[in-house]
Design a binder for this molecule. Structure first.
Ligand code: IPE
Ligand code: IPE
Ligand code: MG
Length: 247
């Protein structure tokens, strides 16, 4: 990484120890809205502003990959009006923000099974991927209809098909080859996972990829998670002693 290129880095952060991949479980939109006396959907709307400002921080601070959990495979179990609102919100945001993100060099990717999301959103997802595919400032991964167990199972099925067809010797299968069948292929594993709103669980997010990720949990609800708190989370990460099982 060329640290000369990093602009506006908060002075408490060490430019030589920046995470290369930050992932976020954006939780607490509903609780935030309740606190304000607003409907849950207002929390989702407000949460989008946090995403925009953190994405810009990643770009400005030299964090190459930013991944957000926007909708889980379990979130279909929510009331239909909320699910509907979220799908429209994702589509609308991609539509309204695409030109600006493209101008800023954001490369957009998606994790999750898109076949079950509304067609209009699928089209917007394809358009975003196509338009931004050569951008290099920051890769922005959005997990929509994503579930880690589903992802791992799908990888196993694809590999089993290859073995059955005699195209792969099962003895040659190793972790790096397995990685290539996950939605995150080509992405480094997250260095830092942030979960807002205090829950201490992974909720089916990146179970394979988070094996050695540092975890930062804050009680702050996602719509209130500011650039300053993002700075604190990274400062905390920079103090960690990552041993990877060694001494
Ligand atoms: C996270 O906020 C957004 C999504 C899961 C889509 P929540 O909607 O889960 O907010 P809480 O947890 O109910 O407060
Ligand atoms: C996790 O949040 C999923 C997303 C942020 C998209 P949830 O609110 O769905 O998680 P649980 O239900 O508290 O585990
Ligand atoms: Mg929640």
């Amino acid at each position: 990484m060329n640290t000369q290129l990093i602009t506006k880095l908060p002075t408490i952060l060490d430019p030589t120890k920046m995470p290369q991949h930050v992932a976020a479980i954006m939780d607490g939109n509903g609780r935030w809205a309740k606190q304000q006396g607003l409907p849950r959907i207002a929390g989702h709307q407000q949460g989008a502003n946090t995403v925009k400002s953190l994405l810009r921080c990643c770009k400005d601070w030299g964090i190459a990959n930013f991944t957000v959990y926007a909708f889980s495979t379990e979130n279909w179990g929510r009331p239909a009006v909320e699910v509907d609102f979220l799908m429209r919100l994702f589509e609308g945001l991609l539509d309204s923000e695409l030109d600006q993100m493209h101008a800023e060099g954001v490369r957009i990717r998606f994790l999750g099974d898109r076949s079950q999301v509304p067609l209009g959103l699928q089209r917007m997802m394809d358009k975003s991927i196509d338009k931004t595919q050569y951008n290099q400032a920051v890769t922005f991964n959005i997990a929509i209809n994503y579930g880690s167990r589903k992802e791992i199972l799908q990888a196993c099925k694809s590999i089993a098909e290859l073995v059955k067809a005699g195209e792969l010797d099962v003895n040659l299968l190793d972790e790096s080859m397995f990685d290539r069948y996950l939605d995150t292929h080509e992405l480094p594993d997250p260095d830092l996972l942030i979960r807002t709103s205090g829950e201490q669980r992974l909720s089916n997010f990146l179970l394979w990829q988070l094996a050695y990720t540092e975890i930062y949990i804050t009680k702050t609800h996602w719509p209130d998670f500011s650039n300053d708190e993002f700075t604190l989370a990274i400062a905390d990460f920079q103090q960690r002693n990552r041993r990877f099982g060694k001494v």
